[in-house]
Ligand binder design. Structure first.
Ligand SMILES: [Zn+2]
Length: 62
């Protein structure tokens, strides 16, 4: 299952090229949602992997 490991590795790279250690929730308009609301699963939201730096600067790369 080498291919699975490879996919996993790709997903954990931030758009800036650093290793992603955070997962940010992005709504339909490309804005990072706050961690306060965790409802409406299955909408337009999606998750992106970000490094710590981009996560706290809300730089989603979108
Ligand atoms: Zn980054």
């Amino acid at each position: 299952m080498a291919w699975a490991d490879e996919i996993k590795e790709i997903k954990t790279i931030c758009h800036c090229g650093k290793k992603a250690t955070m997962n940010a929730r992005i709504d339909g308009s490309g804005q990072m949602e706050s961690s306060g609301e965790q409802i409406e699963i299955g909408g337009n939201e999606r998750y992106v992997s970000l490094c710590r730096e981009c996560f706290y600067s809300e730089n989603t790369g979108l």
